[in-house]
Unconditional design. Structure first.
Length: 435
């Protein structure tokens, strides 16, 4: 991922220095296990740890070796042999490259998931604070982009909170599934390595042994992990799209914070654009787009091939880095979001009372009218208001068929905004728990 959309802690997980450090630890832990069962001299393992534990890996040198070997793991082991000496012959004993690569990827994805879960916690905190702040701030609800019935702005944010709570739970589950170790040797039979080595390495790295690896960890685990990232990204886009719509000039119920000195357009000095939310929409598309190749990686040939390798070298860093950046940016957008209750009130009143049409419809049916007849009466008074020809309540009061069923006082009582908000507390308690 390009630096523009990278945060240091997540990006560092994918740097060569980090990868080589994890590779070394996998190899050294495997040696520890083999020493415990008497396959490798303990003195040799002590030297391996002493010389490798704080080694500053020479990435350029390893890359230079790989140019000759055309094999990244062999290049790494060749480098370690030079740095550690004769004891390095005990490294990688009975292992295959995938044991190292797949277990390392599991560590990286697990750590990336931890950072993403932390990001979600920050977003949830911001959503909860703003939802409670605007719990009873009335605004118009929309279906198909058209005014429907009243909601509150707090409800919009509470809905997002519930969605990202589910996202967090999914990511926790995906992390558990991906935190899987395989040190089972060529084609996964443990023919040249004791299964106890795998158990030991797994414990040391807080992973779970893969029950039945081939020569690799099955890629359905990775597919689920990246699919989960894609779903989380889709939730990011949904909230970002809502903000973009609310910031439109004709709506302007909320907008991104516009800092001092910020410029909205190179040509039009008046512009204040929802650039952060638009950026989040684009990043979500990227992350979501990386789920499909992960799914296509599931079907590999026999016990293994490496058609998945090039995919994962790209989507591992890029998907996690992009989503990390997006979640953090979204939390900041919500935290600083500028809300305009007065514009929400103006928009609520824009259709001359039509937002109460369902209440009138239901009241007529409760008075004994057939639903179709009641619908016709309400609609014939609503359509002129839609065209800007009068006020809904006034027209209803003048309609003889309506007046025959509902008095003026009864009609007026149906235009109560509070009626629509009476269960906001109930919804908030379901989302946030009793406060």
């Amino acid at each position: 991922m390009i630096p523009r959309y990278s945060r240091p802690e997540m990006a560092s997980l994918w740097e060569p220095q980090t990868r080589f450090r994890i590779w070394f630890e996998i190899e050294a832990h495997a040696c520890d296990a083999m020493a415990e069962i008497g396959i490798v001299p303990k003195a040799a393992v002590e030297i391996i740890w002493a010389k490798g534990k704080h080694l500053d890996f020479d990435v350029a040198r390893i890359d230079a070796i790989e140019k000759v070997t055309k094999h990244d793991v062999i290049a790494f082991l060749t480098y370690l042999a030079d740095e550690i000496g004769p004891e390095a012959r005990f490294l990688h004993l009975g292992m295959t490259s995938s044991d190292l690569l797949d277990t390392c990827l599991a560590v990286q994805l697990s750590r990336a998931a931890d950072l993403l879960i932390k990001d979600l916690d920050g977003l949830l905190k911001a959503l909860k604070r703003r939802a409670l702040e605007h719990k009873m701030t009335p605004s118009i609800g929309r279906s198909h982009g058209i005014h429907a019935e009243p909601v509150t702005f707090g409800l919009k944010l509470a809905e997002a909170y519930a969605e990202f709570s589910r996202a967090r739970a999914r990511l926790v589950a995906a992390r558990a599934e991906i935190a899987t170790c395989a040190i089972s040797g060529a084609v996964g039979t443990f023919a040249n390595i004791d299964p106890r080595v795998e158990d030991y390495v797994a414990r040391k790295l807080s992973l779970t042994p893969e029950p039945a690896s081939t020569q690799i960890i099955p890629r359905d685990r990775h597919a689920m992990f990246f699919a989960t990232l894609g779903v989380v990204a889709s939730s990011v886009e949904r909230l970002a799209t809502e903000i973009r719509h609310l910031q439109r000039t004709e709506v302007l119920e909320a907008e991104e914070y516009f800092s001092e000195g910020q410029k909205g357009s190179s040509a039009m000095p008046h512009k204040r654009n929802p650039v952060l939310s638009e950026n989040l929409t684009g990043l979500a598309r990227l992350v979501r787009g990386m789920a499909l190749p992960a799914m296509e990686d599931v079907a590999l040939w026999h016990e293994r091939d490496i058609s998945h390798s090039s995919v994962e070298r790209v989507i591992g860093p890029d998907a996690t880095i992009a989503l990390d950046f997006a979640l953090t940016r979204l939390a900041d957008v919500i935290d600083k979001l500028v809300v305009y209750p007065e514009n929400m009130k103006k928009n609520l009143e824009a259709l001359g009372g039509l937002i109460h049409s369902q209440r009138v419809l239901l009241a007529l049916t409760q008075k004994g009218l057939a639903r179709e007849r009641a619908y016709t009466l309400v609609q014939r008074n609503a359509m002129p208001v839609w065209r800007g020809e009068g006020n809904f309540l006034d027209l209803l009061k003048k309609d003889a068929d309506v007046k025959a069923v509902l008095s003026d006082g009864e009609l007026e009582s149906l235009f109560d905004l509070g009626y629509h908000l009476k269960h906001v507390d109930y919804i908030f308690n379901r989302v946030f728990g009793e406060s």
